[in-house]
Design a protein around this ligand. Structure first.
Ligand SMILES: Nc1ncnc2c1ncn2[C@@H]1O[C@H](COP(=O)(O)OP(=O)(O)OP(=O)(O)O)[C@@H](O)[C@H]1O
Length: 258
């Protein structure tokens, strides 16, 4: 689905990513975790074909290098949810979500575009807010509107799509955190894939098929949750004590810090 070998990235003299290798198969939910400043967002941006100006890394998406993709086709095959979204948009919620359909129409949205926005707003639980002005929403509601915008971009007949999400759970309450992760999981169960930067290791363990743990611009561990979420590995990565149990409900690792 996506592959990058020996990814390096630096800003002036400062190396942000050092020889990072990523390969993900279709249908996988990959979580990127690690302490602040580890390079997670930078890696996600490079994998999503952003940061192109200074970026000499070659990334293959569906076995074709990004530079060989038609941009409109690309927008129907992959979408990215960014950590920092605009806070001031003088539009109604439904019009913000409709921005995700811009690759699909020139001047007037058609029936499929309206249907796609409606479905996405229902998935992220903002349909009841559709006529409200975006600027007047709470932080969590705004976050869910942008998630709907990104989800609606990939509502099409294309097979094997890829969703990039940078800290999608910021500002969300517990129910909406689970709902968003379940929506992403359902997306990957249809032969699509997702790469998600997460800070909550227990949610990553519960939902992700694979984990990449980063520190200081490098991958320090990767594999299944039970291979990465090991006491010594996590303590070393976060420089903080923890214990790890087997979650009796999910049978996944359960990390308790402190
Ligand atoms: N444009 C830039 N200019 C200078 N330094 C940058 C730039 N972008 C990122 N960095 C630095 O690179 C490092 C990695 O940043 P990045 O945002 O990828 O980390 P992260 O793991 O996503 O962190 P967080 O968990 O805090 O969001 C940080 O030290 C950051 O300060």
């Amino acid at each position: 689905m996506i592959k990058g070998k020996n990814i390096n990235y630096s800003h002036k003299e400062f190396d942000i990513l050092k020889e990072v290798n990523v390969e993900m198969l279709k249908g996988e939910f990959l979580a990127i975790v690690g302490p602040n400043g580890a390079g997670k967002s930078t890696l996600l941006s490079i994998l999503a074909n952003e940061l192109t100006a200074k970026n000499k890394n070659k990334i293959w998406f569906k076995e074709k290098e990004f530079k060989h993709w038609n941009l409109k086709d690309l927008a129907k095959n992959k979408a990215k949810f960014s950590q920092h979204n605009p806070n001031d948009i003088t539009l109604n919620v439904k019009d913000v979500v409709m921005m995700g359909r811009y690759p699909y129409f020139y001047t007037t949205p058609n029936h499929e575009d309206f249907q796609a926005t409606e479905d996405a707003m229902k998935e992220t639980d903002v349909f009841h807010l559709k006529e409200r002005e975006y600027n007047h929403l709470s932080g969590g509601e705004k976050q869910r509107v942008h998630l709907a915008r990104v989800l609606t971009q990939l509502k099409n007949e294309v097979a094997e799509k890829l969703l990039f999400l940078d800290e999608p759970l910021n500002n969300l309450d517990v129910k909406h955190q689970y709902k968003v992760l379940q929506t992403i999981k359902d997306f990957t169960l249809k032969s699509n894939s997702a790469i998600v930067v997460l800070h909550d290791l227990n949610l990553a363990a519960q939902f992700a098929d694979k984990i990449i743990l980063m520190k200081n611009g490098k991958i320090t561990a990767d594999g299944k949750p039970q291979d990465v979420f090991v006491k010594e590995i996590i303590q070393e990565a976060y420089n903080f004590p923890c214990v790890i149990f087997n979650n009796p409900v999910t049978q996944k690792p359960m990390i308790v810090f402190g």
